[in-house]
Design a protein around this ligand. Structure first.
Ligand code: GLC
Length: 717
């Protein structure tokens, strides 16, 4: 163990918060030895993480000069004790930055991010991230590896659950909201956000995780980079590299994305951490020959910090001393890390205030917010004969299915330090709000992956006694997330068998879909009365479902990802380009239309859209266009409607999608109320498209302005 406190005297002006930040960085950097720099760029693991895909990494955690830890502790006292070891036992006393995967909450767990996107409520996303930041910081976490903003268009890929869906613009809006939520507090309460996985991870071939991605420069700029640009503009201080290989140059050592785009075009000044072992994995990808080669290629490309394998720690000193690595790459990386540590106030506040768990976790206000987010994220896709909300005259209701009481699944994958025991499940939620006159008959019916005749029979008996069947099917939390690719997006066989048996009873079925990815409903939709996608809604799962089923709340979620009919349609997403022969090229065996489109979802009330009002029909590039549309609640109860504004650039030098989202607004309307929803379109920002160099191109010609089924054409001169 090196770095004893008795070595070279230290000019500790870098500890003076009154000094300009860059001076503090330079003063500290100028005093660091090569070993200290290499360790500052290294990240170990503290505590045992639950993520089975991540075997605990190298032995760097025994050196007080190490720069970061993944902190899988929940004990701020232990975390402080480790920080004290770092600050007091190392020569320069550079505080550790503790990171953790706070993806949709730390202890109070919010719906999975894909569900949050379906709320179309960025302010709620920001507030949820504020809560996550407060619980995290109070528990010793300075940095979350979130938001994950990979565009998800292949539901076979398990990690679609972690992102905000298929649309680049929407994902950018939610990315910015999350960054502001995590980083918005004042020092020392803010935590650093981390945009991940940079970039293109969601295009993993065949939905197989960690795979090759063939992404053209045009696609990079048009689809996969925009959310990161939005996140960087929102002030994100870190990014995480990605596992995937981008056209033969892995994202973890890709000079184009890490340097040309991130630093030179966007002026990013924070730091980039690798993903778990992704520096070492350059050898698997056939891009590096050995550990030294991994380190040289990653560092020269702009990957600042290495997660868990200790490659940077071991190879940097010898590579620099042998002249194989220019020390400026090392210094640039250390500058980026130190800059963020100074910005977070870690030098002035290396320790967190220790409070009892009951005073920092699962506070009533936090759970209330989680419940609101769960209510707003659930999507009602079908409601034949207005079966929902459940009639107060019902006397017997069956609640059946393997997920209704599966707390560990309802909390979702990447649940941080969330615990199943804190989850209110769907049966518990319903029993809290249903009147005592209603008999709720619960039966599991089957497991997700296995079932018995007894379980099936119990479910049939519960259903036979009931007027309505609430059937909760979907996925367990281990069926999505990392390393959870599936060749099919159908329900598992035991669930299909249970469904088929209950359909025979010819009673109305409400399908509650508890899932982290789109599920094939091709054969299910025609045989159910209602479909409510609950997603994996987190700690307040039960109360949120009960609020919606009983009508205490009105569903307002809209899909942020298209539901294919079957995996055979993948990829299918709303902003596709037209076919050369739109009326041909269809599947011979099933409809070419997906089951549900991005933006789909219904309410317990109805909304009527008036005509589109445009401030002009002829535009120049400097003429903002105002788009107005009246929305009326024509039903009998209040409701929230998300109004989506799309454009279609009809003819361009790079063909454009049939429609592209450029804005959205969620409005609440009382029964009978009408509101004018107004958008301002800035042609340079909203009507331009990215070319393969990342330049915005605005070309004259006709554009369609689209809201719902309303379409008007404008002409840009
Ligand atoms: C994982 C994930 C990444 C996560 C990191 C630390 O493998 O890919 O999203 O932040 O390792 O757990």
């Amino acid at each position: 163990m090196g770095g004893g406190a008795q070595e070279t005297p230290v000019a500790d002006d870098y500890k003076n918060p009154a000094l300009p930040l860059e001076e503090r960085v330079e003063s500290l950097l100028s005093q660091m030895t090569l070993e200290e720099k290499a360790l500052q760029l290294s990240q170990g693991v503290l505590g045992q993480d639950y993520n089975v895909n991540n075997l605990v990494g190298g032995k760097a955690q025994d050196d007080p000069r190490i720069g970061s830890m993944i902190c899988a502790l929940e004990d701020p006292e232990k975390r402080n004790a480790y920080q004290k070891f770092i600050v007091e036992k190392s020569r320069l006393g550079i505080p550790m930055i503790f990171g953790y995967d706070v993806i949709h909450g730390y202890k109070t767990i919010f719906p999975v991010p894909l569900a949050q996107a379906c709320s179309w409520n960025p302010e709620l996303v920001r507030e949820s991230c504020v809560v996550a930041a407060k619980e995290s910081k109070a528990s010793g976490i300075d940095w979350t590896f979130s938001p994950m903003i990979d565009i998800g268009r292949d539901p076979r890929w398990g990690r679609v659950v972690e992102g905000y869906g298929e649309d680049p613009y929407a994902t950018g809006v939610f990315a910015a909201a999350a960054v502001k939520g995590y980083q918005g507090e004042t020092i020392p309460y803010r935590i650093a956000a981390c945009l991940k996985h940079f970039v293109g991870y969601g295009v993993s071939e065949g939905g197989r995780d960690y795979s090759y991605t063939d992404i053209s420069r045009q696609a990079l700029w048009e689809t996969y980079l925009p959310p990161y640009e939005a996140g960087v503009q929102a002030g994100a201080r870190t990014l995480m590299g990605a596992f995937n290989d981008i056209c033969g140059v892995p994202a973890s050592a890709n000079p184009y994305t890490l340097k040309e785009v991130l630093r030179n075009k966007w002026g990013f000044t924070g730091f980039v951490v690798s993903d778990w072992s992704s520096v070492r994995q350059l050898m698997n990808q056939g891009y590096a020959a050995n550990a030294d080669d991994c380190v040289k290629k990653a560092l020269e490309a702009g990957l600042d910090m290495e997660m868990v394998d200790g490659f940077y720690r071991r190879s940097i000193p010898s590579l620099v001393k042998s002249g194989d690595l220019d020390p400026k790459f090392v210094d640039d990386a250390v500058r980026n890390v130190l800059r963020v540590k100074f910005e977070l106030g870690l030098f002035e506040h290396p320790y967190v205030e220790v409070k009892p768990a009951a005073e920092r976790l699962l506070l009533p206000g936090y759970k209330a917010l989680a419940r609101q987010m769960a209510v707003e994220s659930m999507v009602l896709l079908k409601n034949k004969d207005n079966l929902l909300p459940l009639s107060p005259d019902l006397k017997n209701i069956a609640l059946v299915g393997p997920l209704a009481k599966d707390k560990d699944s309802l909390i979702g994958s990447w649940r941080g330090r969330g615990e199943a025991r804190n989850v209110t499940d769907i049966e518990e939620g319903l029993r809290k709000v249903l009147p005592s006159s209603v008999n709720l008959h619960y039966a599991k019916g089957c497991g997700v992956n296995e079932g018995s005749d007894e379980e099936l029979q119990e479910a049939v008996q519960a259903a036979e006694q009931s007027e309505v069947i609430l059937l909760c099917l979907g996925e367990t939390s281990t069926m999505n997330g990392e390393n959870a690719s599936r060749s099919t997006i159908s329900l598992t066989s035991p669930q299909q068998k249970l469904f088929a048996r209950l359909v025979e009873l010819k009673k109305p079925i409400v399908l509650l879909l508890a899932t982290g990815r789109p599920i094939s409903l091709h054969t299910i939709e025609p045989r159910v009365s209602s479909i409510l996608v609950t997603w994996h809604p987190g700690t307040e799962a039960g109360p949120a479902v009960a609020d919606l089923l009983t009508g205490r709340e009105n569903p307002s979620g809209r899909l942020a990802i298209t539901f294919p009919r079957t995996e055979g349609q993948i990829p299918v997403y709303y902003n596709m380009r037209n076919r050369a022969r739109p009326y041909q090229g269809k599947y011979q065996d099933i409809s070419t239309e997906p089951m549900y489109w991005f933006g789909d979802g219904i309410s317990y009330t109805t909304f009527e859209y008036g005509p589109l009002g445009l401030s002009a029909r002829e535009l120049t590039s400097s003429t903002p266009l105002t788009v107005n549309i009246d929305i009326k609640n024509t039903g009998s109860r209040a409701g929230k409607e998300t109004v989506f504004l799309y454009i279609h650039d009809k003819v361009a030098s790079v063909s454009q999608p049939m429609k592209r989202l450029i804005a959205f607004q969620k409005v609440e309307l009382q029964a009978g109320e009408s509101k004018t929803v107004s958008f301002t379109v800035d042609p340079a920002r909203d009507l331009s498209f990215a070319n393969s160099d990342g330049r915005r191109v605005l070309e004259p010609g006709e554009f369609e302005i689209i809201v719902k089924d309303k379409k008007e054409t404008i002409n840009l001169k």
